[in-house]
Design a protein around this ligand. Structure first.
Ligand SMILES: *Cc1c(COP(=O)(O)O)cnc(C)c1O
Length: 361
């Protein structure tokens, strides 16, 4: 046989989501809100009129217009994707050669590295500061020294929940020739977006998703926003019918409901404050167990926990799923009632853990 599996993918294993049914899903940063009755009835109406036997609009024109209207940008800078995951994969698979080196921060969204590895793109890691913030000067210096040709990062960051101010991002983008792929998946929860100025830069691509604040993780919809030159290339390399008919309809219906989108984001931010305050009060009560709660600019809270694994597993037995990441835990906000249930479970677990710790001394 002439064919061998490429070495770089031979050892790869399929993505393993959390399995089992849990009453509280606070592990994936999704919105706890689903569609409103009003949005749903408009969608159901629309579903009757679609031409299922025809291919969808390859450029999702109406959908991109709704996105542009919502965020105040010209749709000629907007390309839709089958989740922003597809767009990240597309960029990693087509925008780089074997002379390029991509940089990512540690810690950041793990899929950036996964896709670089999948497509055999060289990837280097820029460390963050001790407090998990980004040092722009150190990053610029790293980019220069390591001959980095592209940088990809999330702002605000998943998993740290910390945002980098627009002024700092602007400095980063304008002081390098490297391509900057700025993933604003959580920017609906903060106010430091570069979206409105994207066409001013030759080297900036912004990614957005409908999976978080917009509450449409299930339909798979993301957007890529860049100047006309980059947009033309992205449209040339994407698969023609990457966003299906139903996703275009759902997306258009929800994104054009501006008031609905804004009030949903507001409510999620309120719930996040509520969750953050609850976690901070537990950190004050159990400072050894929770030595650090990071300031959140997102819809989730990131914390350092001494017994992260025990906490994660105990919560699962209470039918509550959160994200366990070594020394850290990441907890997405639920509704106020859900946050209260998490708080009570967590409070019980922490007092048990700290009693045990006390006995051992
Ligand atoms: C959730 C998330 C995404 C994925 O978005 P999809 O549109 O659901 O593929 C992208 N980037 C970051 C940083 C995320 O947290």
């Amino acid at each position: 046989m002439n064919y061998t599996i490429p070495q770089r993918i031979e050892q790869m294993t399929p993505y393993e989501p959390i399995t089992g049914e849990y009453e509280l899903r606070l592990d994936a940063n999704e919105s706890y809100r689903s569609l409103s009755e009003d949005q749903l009835s408009r969608i159901v109406e629309g579903l009757r009129t679609l031409s299922y036997n025809r291919y969808p609009d390859p450029y999702a024109v109406k959908l991109c217009r709704a996105f542009g209207d919502l965020y105040g940008i010209d749709p000629k800078f907007v390309t839709a994707g089958n989740g922003s995951d597809e767009l990240i994969a597309l960029l990693c698979g087509t925008f780089f050669t074997d002379r390029d080196t991509v940089a990512v921060f540690s810690q950041d969204f793990s899929m950036y590295r996964v896709y670089c590895e999948t497509y055999g793109v060289a990837c280097k890691v820029i460390p963050k500061r001790e407090d998990l913030t980004i040092d722009v000067d150190a990053a610029l210096e790293f980019i220069q020294r390591e001959k980095i040709t592209a940088l990809i990062f999330s702002n605000p960051c998943n998993p740290t929940s910390i945002g980098l101010k627009a002024e700092e991002v602007r400095r980063l983008v304008s002081q390098t020739d490297a391509l900057v792929i700025l993933d604003e998946a959580y920017m609906d929860f903060w106010d430091q977006s570069l979206l409105s100025e994207v066409e001013r830069y030759e080297n900036l691509i912004i990614l957005k998703t409908c999976s978080k604040a917009i509450g449409l993780a299930g339909i798979r919809l993301g957007f890529l926003i860049a100047n006309e030159k980059i947009t033309k290339l992205v449209r040339a390399v994407k698969s023609p019918y990457n966003v299906n008919l139903m996703t275009q309809l759902y997306g258009e219906a929800v994104l054009s409901d501006r008031e609905g989108v804004r009030s949903a984001a507001k409510e999620l931010i309120q719930s996040k404050w509520d969750l953050e305050e609850k976690i901070r009060s537990l950190a004050r009560e159990f400072p050894e167990e929770i030595p650090m709660v990071y300031p959140s600019d997102t819809n989730f809270v990131f914390l350092r926990a001494k017994h992260g694994k025990e906490i994660f597993e105990s919560l699962l037995t209470e039918s509550i799923a959160i994200r366990y990441m070594g020394d850290y835990l990441r907890i997405s906000t639920g509704s106020k009632e859900e946050n209260q249930r998490l708080y009570q479970a967590l409070s019980k677990i922490l007092s048990q853990l700290s009693q045990k710790g006390g006995e051992q001394k």
